[in-house]
Design a protein around this ligand. Structure first.
Ligand code: SAH
Length: 394
C-alpha cells in the first residue's frame, strides 16, 4: 500500500485493538489518554497526502514526507534517528507515531561470494496468513565489483503455481504482498548496499499480483532511479495476463520461464498453466515484443535427466526459430525431498552449445550464494525446518 494506491487496506484494518474501548471511559487527569494505533503498518504504506498532513501535525513540513521516503529508499536508512535531513524534532517524534517498516527481518545469511539473503516476515491480514519472503542482494563479481548490486525481490507469500521442482510453492499461496511490502524489500536491499539492477525472481508469480507490483515499481523508478531497462520480471507467462501487461507501459524487461519445449512436460513442470500450450505462451511473448519493442529472455531450468537431453535442445531450437530471444540456462539448484537432480556439467555444456550453434544466445547462469540456500523459497524452508540442501555453484 503506497501513495495513490486505493486497492489496499486503509485505517482501521489489520491494526491491533486499541488499548481501551473508546467511549467507555474518559481518562481522568491521572490517566494518560490511550494512544490510537498507527493507521498504516509502515512509512511506505501511507498515502502521500495523509503522510504529509501527519508530518505537519508532528511539527514538520509537508515536503519532509518525501525526504523521509527518499532517505529510506534512496539511501537505505532504516532508522529515523539517522535521517539527518529531517529536523531533530521530527526525528524524535516519528518512531512512536509512524513505524518505519512494516516487515521484520527474521534472518540474514551472507554467502562466501558476497550474496546476502534476507528473510522478511510480513504480518497476517485479517484471516489471511502472513509469513516470510526472501529478498536477495547480489553484488557483482570480479571487475564489476563496486558497480552496485542486483536485488532479487518476492511478490507473494508462497506461490500458487506449484512447480514441482521449486521450494516456493510447497505450502501454496498465503497471500499477495502489498505494494508497500514489495517496495520495502528495495529499502532493505539498499540498506545492504548500492543497487544497480533488480530482478523480480523471488517467491511468487508476479503476473498474479501485477497491480501491486507495478505500483511498487513506479516508486522504485521515482525514488531510486531504477527504470525499465534495469528491472527484469520473471513469470511463467499466463498469455492473457501477459498481453494486458504489454499494454500497461511496463517499467521492466520480461523473462518467461519455459523449462521445456514439450507440452506434456510443460503441464507437469508448471501446473498452473496445465492446458495452455507452449505455442500460446510463445505467441504472447511475440506480442510483448511487438507492443513494447523489447526482447524477451526465456528461462530454462536444467533438471538432470528430465529436460536436459539433446532432443530437448533440438526441439527448443525449432520452437524458437525465427524469434529473437535469449535463453538463460539455469542448472537446477537441488532441493532435497523434491526428487529433481542437478544436471551433469557435460549435459549443460552440450545443451548450451547446441543452442549457441543454432544462433540462440544461451548463457549458463549459476545461482549465486548457493552456500546460503540461493534458490527460490529455500531460505524460508530452512526456517520452517523442512529439509533443504543446495549444491554450491560451480
Ligand atoms: N514465478 C516466477 C518467478 C519466480 S522463480 C517464474 O516462475 O518465473 C525464478 C526462476 O527460478 C524460475 O524460472 C524458477 O523456475 C526458477 N527456480 C525455482 N527453483 C529453482 C531451483 N531450485 N533451481 C534453479 N532454478 C529454480
Amino acid at each position: 500500500m503506497i501513495p495513490g494506491d486505493q486497492s489496499v487496506s486503509g485505517p482501521g484494518e489489520e491494526t491491533p485493538e486499541p488499548l481501551k474501548p473508546s467511549g467507555v471511559q474518559v481518562p481522568g487527569p491521572q490517566q494518560p489518554p490511550s494512544r490510537p494505533p498507527p493507521p498504516y503498518p509502515g512509512l511506505l504504506a501511507w498515502p502521500e497526502q495523509a503522510l504529509q498532513e501527519r508530518f505537519v501535525e508532528l511539527g514538520g513540513r509537508a515536503f519532509h514526507a518525501r525526504v523521509a521516503r527518499e532517505q529510506l529508499l534512496g539511501k537505505g536508512i532504516l532508522d529515523y534517528a539517522q535521517m539527518t535531513s529531517l529536523p531533530a524534532r521530527l526525528r524524535e517524534a516519528l518512531p512512536s507515531e509512524i513505524p518505519l517498516l512494516a516487515g521484520t527481518s527474521q534472518r540474514k545469511v551472507e554467502s562466501r561470494d558476497g550474496t546476502t539473503k534476507l528473510l522478511l516476515d510480513f504480518p497476517a491480514q485479517g484471516t489471511t496468513r502472513g509469513g516470510g519472503v526472501e529478498t536477495v542482494h547480489i553484488p557483482p563479481l570480479g571487475s564489476k565489483r563496486g558497480l552496485g548490486a542486483t536485488l532479487c525481490v518476492s511478490t507473494q507469500i508462497g506461490c500458487p503455481v506449484a512447480c514441482p521442482f521449486c521450494a516456493s510453492g510447497l505450502d501454496g499461496l498465503a497471500r499477495n504482498l502489498e505494494a508497500h511490502e514489495i517496495l520495502e524489500q528495495f529499502a532493505q536491499g539498499r540498506a545492504i548496499g548500492e543497487l544497480r539492477r533488480a530482478v523480480v525472481m523471488g517467491i511468487g508469480e508476479p503476473l498474479l499480483n501485477f497491480e501491486n507490483l507495478t505500483s511498487a515499481l513506479e516508486h522504485v523508478h521515482n525514488l531510486m532511479g531504477l527504470g525499465a531497462r534495469k528491472i527484469t520480471v520473471s513469470t511463467v507467462g499466463f498469455p492473457e495476463r501477459l498481453k494486458r501487461a504489454a499494454r500497461s507501459q511496463p517499467r521492466f524487461q520480461l523473462a518467461i520461464s519455459l523449462h521445456t519445449p514439450d507440452d506434456d512436460q510443460h503441464d507437469e513442470l508448471i501446473p498452473a498453466l496445465r492446458g495452455t500450450s507452449i505455442d500460446e505462451i510463445l505467441a504472447a511473448g511475440d506480442d510483448w515484443f511487438e507492443v513494447t519493442g523489447r526482447e524477451i529472455t526465456y528461462e530454462y531450468v536444467l533438471l538432470g535427466g528430465e529436460n536436459d537431453t539433446m532432443g530437448h535442445a533440438e526441439r527448443l531450437i525449432r520452437r524458437l526459430a525465427g524469434r529473437r530471444a535469449t535463453v538463460n540456462l539455469i542448472p537446477y539448484n537441488t532441493t532435497r525431498g523434491l526428487g529433481y537432480q542437478r544436471p551433469a556439467p557435460e549435459d549443460v555444456e552440450i545443451f548450451a552449445t547446441l543452442l549457441t550453434e543454432a544462433g540462440i544466445v544461451a548463457p549458463v547462469r549459476y545461482s549465486r550464494g548457493a552456500d546460503g540456500a540461493a534458490a527460490c523459497g529455500q531460505l524460508r524452508m530452512i526456517r520452517s525446518g523442512a529439509p533443504c540442501r543446495t549444491i554450491p555453484a560451480t
